[in-house]
Design a protein around this ligand. Structure first.
Ligand code: XXG
Ligand code: FE2
Length: 364
């Protein structure tokens, strides 16, 4: 019997060329109360407002010069309405349209300006069930890199990545490999069940992380700061504002990616990661790191346990008609069940004390 990943490899053999994706570029979240969201994203996180309408706020962070990297749109059900990737040129939109039509998923071409500040868009429902958009042209706005007068101590620099929950990581990895994303790191067990994978186009650890679980659901979007102290300031600020309950996990240092991190929940429960200082992956022979799912340091390098909500909760996603997408259950074992319930197998050191216990198998 062929596996899902074999099936999609066979499919990709007959596909037209895939679009040249540069990076994860923006996300659109449906929120229930724009004023409450504004208080969180603008007053606390200090994202810059590019434009505001009756039903939406368009935001960017300090180093970004495209119109927005986050859209908050008022709607009935808090959900993710789009994950957007920028492609290398406007011509790549034709490539994307042809590619996804051949894949047989829903595809729509949106004319320039359908989404404020953005040129033409190819909107698709990807094979994992996520609403994904590709664009190249976008309005340029002021880049606030040196506007230290407005940064505050918790300055957020760029959108870094998306993290999506999907049941079959092997199939999802194979789909993204079809778009020429490479794996930087993954989490497996000794039976080669894959629990999560991190994949990139830009030369960092990831543009998208695949988290094994019932999906499609959005786990989080992540913005980066340039320094660790900016993340610590966000924590201090939330404490001072008596909003410490917005902190879900961290601050800490990830095992996977080595980045410093903090996870927040916005007023609708959407999860936002603030992330900094992962590593360069741009060489063609960048080594893949595989972590053992039983390694206590894989998700937090200091061994701090992951809170159960981080594994269990995620935002619904909308299909291209704006309806909440159906959820498919994960069949393979779940990381939360393995590591939150005491399975008796998790370790900080191998019995023999060897540091090699940290990584599973050979680096590829
Ligand atoms: O960006 C990330 C994450 O996907 O949010 C989670 C990098 C690493 C991790 S993990 O919790 O696996 O360390
Ligand atoms: Fe992340």
């Amino acid at each position: 019997m062929s596996t899902p990943s074999q099936n999609s490899q066979d499919r990709s053999a007959n596909l037209p060329p895939a679009p040249d994706v540069i990076r994860a570029a923006s996300a659109e979240l449906i929120v229930s109360d724009l004023a409450a969201s504004r208080a969180f994203y603008v007053d606390v996180l200090r994202l810059v407002v590019t434009e505001e309408t009756d039903d939406a706020i368009y935001l960017r962070s300090f180093e970004e010069y495209l119109h927005h990297s986050l859209v908050l749109r008022k709607g009935p059900v808090p959900a993710c309405a789009a994950l957007s990737y920028r492609v290398r040129s406007a011509a790549e939109l034709d490539v994307a349209q042809t590619y996804y039509q051949a894949l047989g998923v829903p595809v729509r071409r949106l004319s320039a300006g359908t989404k404020r500040g953005i040129g033409e868009i190819v909107a698709i429902e990807d094979p994992l069930g996520f609403p994904v958009e590709f664009f190249y042209d976008a309005e340029h706005v002021e880049r606030f890199t040196q506007r230290y007068d407005v940064h505050g101590a918790g300055a957020i620099a760029r959108l870094d990545h998306f993290n999506v929950v999907t049941p079959d990581i092997a199939a999802a990895r194979s789909y993204y490999e079809g778009l020429d994303f490479k794996v930087s790191e993954d989490i497996q067990d000794s039976d080669h069940t894959v629990y999560a994978a991190w994949m990139y186009r830009k030369a960092t650890v990831h543009d998208v992380a695949l988290t094994g679980g019932d999906g499609p659901r959005l786990h989080h979007i992540a913005f980066s700061t340039n320094e660790r102290h900016q993340i610590l300031h966000i924590c201090d600020q939330l404490g001072a504002l008596r909003q410490s309950d917005k902190i879900e996990r961290g601050p800490g240092r990830h095992g996977v990616s080595n980045a410093f991190y903090l996870y927040l929940r916005d007023p609708d429960g959407h999860r936002i990661e603030i992330y900094t200082q992962d590593y360069y992956t741009g060489d063609p022979d960048n080594p893949v790191i595989t972590w053992d799912v039983h390694d206590n340091q894989r998700r937090d390098w200091w061994g701090t346990p992951v809170v159960p909500s981080w594994y269990a909760e995620a935002s619904p996603v909308l299909n291209l008609d704006g309806e909440v997408a159906d959820i498919v259950e994960r069949v393979e074992s779940s990381e939360a069940a393995l590591t939150i319930g005491a399975d008796g197998f998790s370790y900080t050191r191998r019995d023999d004390g060897s540091k090699e216990g940290v990584k599973l198998g050979e680096q590829v």
